[in-house]
Write a protein that binds this ligand. Sequence first.
Ligand code: NAD
Length: 456
Amino acid sequence: MESYGWLTDRQRSFFASGETKSLGYRIDALRRLKAGIQQRERQLINALKADLNKSEFEAYMTEIGIVLEEISFTLKHLRAWAKPRKVKTSVTHFGARGRIYSEPYGLALILAPWNYPFQLAAAPLIGAIAAGNCAVVKPSELTPRTSETIAEIIRTSFQEDYITVVQGGIKTSEALLREKFDYIFFTGSVPVGKIIMEAAAKHLTPVTLELGGKSPCIVHEDANLKLAARRIAWGKFMNAGQTCVAPDYIYVHQSVKESFLKELESAVKELYGERPLLNPEFTRIVGRKHFDRLKAFLSSGTLAFGGGTDPEKLTIEPTVLTDISWEDPVMQEEIFGPLLPVLEYGNLPEAIREIGNQPKPLALYLFTESQSVQEEMGERLSFGGGCINDTVYHITSPYLPFGGVGSSGMGAYHGQASFETFSHSKSVLKQTTRFDLPFRYPNRKNGLKIIKRFLK
Ligand code: NAD
């Protein structure tokens, strides 16, 4: 049976040396990580091409560039984030000072999925380093070339007792989870998220769970349909729909359904050409199992356009399915592929009710020009995060924490939220010794009376 006790022992003793806590050490580590990535940019692009047929454009925009930018942003702000925060004290604490210190948890375990295999392993690591932790990263076994490149970047940038990559599948994950970590950051599916949380509970280790689900995309009757179609096609079909925050299904007002579908078809052609299966830049499905699962959904509803598949190359055309009901198989699980079912609604209360009946999604997208519709949807529906009049773009802002709620996950990261996720906020009250307020003591005359005056 695999065991990683030797690794956590080594990391724990390095963490105990206190080196990783110094701000200078963390800044230097982030710079080394950035340089390591930049030196292997070509290798990463080739690996992502080999693993998923990602185009260079997508590889840079959604994996390498976004991670480099996150490191730059963190380097720019880390000093300010890491400063102890002075807080007010109330009148009952007269003479005392309150401070909140951010301290690293210790050893962080980062478990990553295959769909953005580089970004989703590297982005949490930035937070772990910034906060001063040691880390073990386990990338996905389904994207071996990218995982190997990540391992190489880490191996050449850091000593093993500080940050290391462990490669392997479920057995390796299980072996790592048997060890005690001080924080677990998991990105992946809902069922595995539950396994992770159960394993973490054995050591009382706090977790962030970045999970998935069915993210709705609502197109209201007053939406700018042309723009909506292009932004939806972009967010849905990038990475062949294998994006946790991709619009999972369209929920369109019945009065604009036909015109919206026409716009959607031309947007797909504009982005991927007349015959996307022949487009050498179109990302493939990660493996046969997922390809077959997605193919089975093609019999749901009516094919509006697309539907072509290439079992040799494991590609599926951008596909839109209409006449879909909530009961269809394609509506029973996260699609995670280039298939887009379309449902219709007749009025806003119906749309809010139906979406509210579903598990809380990771993302929600709403296309409408109406301020009151935007406000009503925002107030009535719970979701991890989302966009008004766009898709997916919210996750690229380092100023917006990204994470799920309910079954789409817990915790958040990106920008300062990553630093905070990997830090414990340690509250310390520094008391004065110049005087001693008497009323707190039980033997004071009128003590209770005075306390009642303050504590009410
Ligand atoms: P997954 O849950 O199968 O695997 C994720 C990681 O967990 C991998 O490293 C894998 O080796 C490990 N793992 C798998 N089974 C395990 C088990 N039984 N015990 C312990 N570890 C195990 O997810 P995936 O298929 O790689 O990724 C797709 C899923 O991830 C989708 O549901 C998607 O929505 C979600 N996702 C979420 C986000 C987000 O940021 N919220 C981002 C990307 C993907």
